[in-house]
Ligand binder design. Sequence first.
Ligand SMILES: Cc1cc2nc3c(=O)[nH]c(=O)nc-3n(C[C@H](O)[C@H](O)[C@H](O)COP(=O)(O)OP(=O)(O)OC[C@H]3O[C@@H](n4cnc5c(N)ncnc54)[C@H](O)[C@@H]3O)c2cc1C
Length: 422
Amino acid sequence: MSNVEQEDVETFRQRARSFIRNNLQPISSDALVFPLRNVRNDDEELTAVAREREVQRMLFDAGLAGICFPRKYGGQELTPAHQRALNEEFDGYEYPSRLQAPTLSPCAAVLLDFGSEEQKLRHIPAILNGEEIWMQFLSEPSGGSDVAGAQMSAIRDGDEWVLNGSKIWTTGAWWSDWGLCLTRTNWDVPKHRGLSVFILPIHQPGLEVHRIEMLNGSKEFCQEFLTDVRVPDSDRIGGVDDGWTVGTRWMFHERMLTNSPLVTMPTGAGRTSVGATFVHAVAQEAGRASEPHIRDYIGETLMLDIVERELQRRIGDGLATGTMADQAAAVGRLFSGVAATRIRTIAFEIAGGAGAAWTDDDGELAFSGSDFLMRQVSCIGGGTTEMARNVISERVLGMPRERTLDKDIPYRDVPRSASSRT
Ligand SMILES: Cc1cc2nc3c(=O)[nH]c(=O)nc-3n(C[C@H](O)[C@H](O)[C@H](O)COP(=O)(O)OP(=O)(O)OC[C@H]3O[C@@H](n4cnc5c(N)ncnc54)[C@H](O)[C@@H]3O)c2cc1C
């Protein structure tokens, strides 16, 4: 056993604390802003990405990256309890947020589950040291909820595959390196049986990344167009036409994101921009923090924060110990979406007129307005809350399955819009 393996959680915590305080910059909670707020221009975004790669490298060199990844791939092979301690120590300090999701989970998690030894040795250390940032190429213009209905085509040509089609809603693909891509390799079998998964560099001939500008000015969402992109068969993940096996686990990792032991996330992050701290700041800026019903609102957001933290912890423990089925991750995903939407709505109500019409120097008050307009994002990204409800009812509670008309017929014969036929 090495020293790292023997390290108990408290010793690890002290080591992490000392490294973080001596090497990383303290930040105010509002620096970890909701990623789709339009707060940075392209140069600032690229500078932030470069700094996060640097921080990830520093963490890697200090033995503080990949806490629950096997040591042979550059990880520390420690426990979820060590990861939790690290998350707590990161509170109030910069951390490489863009390198967590989807790079570490679901992408690296899927590589761990299904990648060949060569694929893992090639990519996981590069992910853990900040060299490679990954994106998931899952959603398509024809829809993202019906993952098994992917239409990006991959046709075999000797030792290579030729990919054609489009993926969409990849946040930050323009500054990322690799994609995990779900494709259709067989159109003559029912939809779940003709899928395969590949990995591919994002910046290469035949792969165009177009940025999508949203109403709030953010251009972080991307759409990719693949035209005759050649991928070696050695970059296939899982079996040919067996992509649904990979995809099911991929969805699981995506749903359990907030309590994945593979992801570093300061305990307050993810909640800081929309949680009780933010709502309290809005109430103070609006001069309403002492009004009784506003205090009720602040109490409600605090309660949602606490319930979410404990719920995610319980689900995380249940999944780690096998007392809960993988599908229970959908419960956490549903709660986080619903709670974030509720908190943004409360902040908007407290902000009053400043939330509806703001000026640049209105601070948190202004963000409450733009956050309210974007509130549904937390119910859509990572799979919608409607789909999470389906999973909970069918797979956790054992209720009858939703009726499907395309389950047993070749995907080629499933009615689709003319523009998406192959
Ligand atoms: C912040 C953010 C980040 C994202 N990042 C990525 C990314 O990195 N990579 C990526 O591939 N995608 C990404 N997405 C896309 C996301 O996964 C999809 O938007 C989502 O899966 C829904 O797909 P859709 O938008 O095509 O809606 P659709 O699938 O067209 O669904 C439309 C509506 O119908 C509902 N619906 C559909 N089918 C059912 C059903 N069977 N039962 C009940 N309701 C149903 C849906 O819940 C939704 O409300 C991101 C989205 C957001 C908001």
